[in-house]
Design a protein. Structure first.
Ligand code: EPS
Length: 371
């Protein structure tokens, strides 16, 4: 299987399956001198992990990172960084019943068609377990982006099924609220409604889709490589590579369809841009405004409600998935989406430095926003 490496100068290769002995990654091209310790990974990995609330999969993994190489006396050395996490709570017998059939709506069928062999245990390589290593690699990227540029990347759940945050469209998100509940939801008063909704969904054995928004603040103007390495194109590719993602929007996204040019354009004043429909990217290059992206996640296909499928023997069968699945994979996708945005920004930052590091700061340079 190829295409397991992401990024050009900050190149992250992940490996491992959900029910194999371990998952891991190798990061090649990391700048030397970044202070990093195994415990630095704990916070973001716990935000993504299963078993942390009643509203996600109940598989309980310690997700403890072992640094195998590339770090000496607590600092990156510029050599490949290898990270590994042991899988400790895989329950492969749950998957015995679907070893010779295909869950409708799942990668089971397409992996089989492509490779002619598959590891059905826990979804194998197609499992969201793989995203653990993206989040781990992004811990290093987030740290460097923050230290060097003051960049912060934050995500939140912006829709769960039909439920939307009870907030005005342009309202600022309070990330203290987002981090204080298991849904990454920006309105504390709605959390009981979400709990009730997910409890009922789980009882019904069904799943639901979600939307996750991500914003990166502090991104300087100039990052992104037209024409085939545009910042927005690489964000779209990175975000679309997350399991279950079916749609990506940058800035106003699909709402741009119904806008006029006079509305969509972000007018410029010396004290900043007056709006941000572009999502902080013009011509594939960051403008200095907040970079904003939004993703649509499908409802997971591993559900208890029986569905019609076929088996390896070429018979029509009924499938009912057992196991410890997420009723809404979108909930845990919030830190994963942040991670992919951070990895793209880190890679683009290094690429910008490589080609344009000697270009003087161009004038005038507008502050991020007049709003
Ligand atoms: C997943 C199915 C479940 C989840 C898993 C993702 O696997 P299992 O049945 O082995 O518990 O728990 O998520 C993780 C283990 C993780 O760390 O994210 C899937 O089909 O994607």
């Amino acid at each position: 299987m190829s295409s397991n490496t992401f990024g050009k100068l900050f190149a992250v290769t992940t490996f491992g399956e959900s029910h194999g002995p371990a998952i891991g990654c190798v990061i090649d091209g990391c700048p030397p001198g970044i202070a990093i310790a195994p415990e630095d990974f704990a916070h973001d990995l716990a935000r993504r992990a299963t078993g942390k609330s009643r509203y996600t999969s109940q598989r309980r993994e310690a997700d403890e990172v072992e640094i195998l190489s590339g770090v000496y006396e607590g600092r990156t050395t510029g050599t490949p960084i290898a990270l590994v996490i042991r899988n400790t709570d895989a329950r492969s017998k749950d998957y015995a019943g679907i070893a010779d059939t295909f869950r409708p709506g799942h990668a089971d069928y397409t992996y089989w068609q492509k490779y002619g062999i598959r590891d059905p245990r826990g979804g194998g390589r197609a499992s969201a377990r793989e995203t653990t290593m993206r989040v781990a690699a992004a811990v290093i990227a987030k740290k460097w982006l923050k230290d060097r540029f003051g960049i912060e990347v934050h995500g939140w759940l912006a829709q769960l099924g039909g439920i939307r945050p009870d907030l005005p469209a342009e309202a600022a998100i309070d990330f203290a609220v987002v981090e204080s509940n298991p849904f990454f939801w920006p309105v504390a008063a709605q959390v009981p409604e979400l709990e009730h909704y997910i409890n009922a969904l789980r009882k019904a054995g069904d799943s639901v889709g979600a939307r996750v928004n991500v914003v990166a603040t502090g991104v300087p103007p100039g990052w992104g490589e037209p024409v085939y390495g545009k910042l927005d194109a690489e964000l779209a590719s990175a975000l679309m590579s997350i399991n279950a993602v079916k749609g990506v929007e940058i800035g106003a996204g699909f709402a741009s369809v119904a806008q006029n040019g006079s509305e969509h354009r972000d007018e410029m004043r010396l004290d900043g841009f007056t709006s941000n429909h572009a999502g902080g990217i013009l011509g594939g290059i960051s403008s200095g405004q907040e970079v904003t992206a939004s993703i649509a996640l499908k409802p997971a296909s591993s559900i208890l409600i029986p569905g019609r499928s076929v088996n390896l023997a070429g018979e029509e069968v009924e499938v009912r998935t057992r196991g410890r699945h997420d009723p809404c994979v979108g909930i845990r996708a919030t830190p994963i989406a942040e991670a992919m945005v951070a990895l793209v920004l880190m890679d683009q930052a290094l690429r910008h430095r490589a080609q344009c590091g000697d270009v003087a700061e161009a004038r005038p340079r507008l502050p991020a926003s007049a709003r």
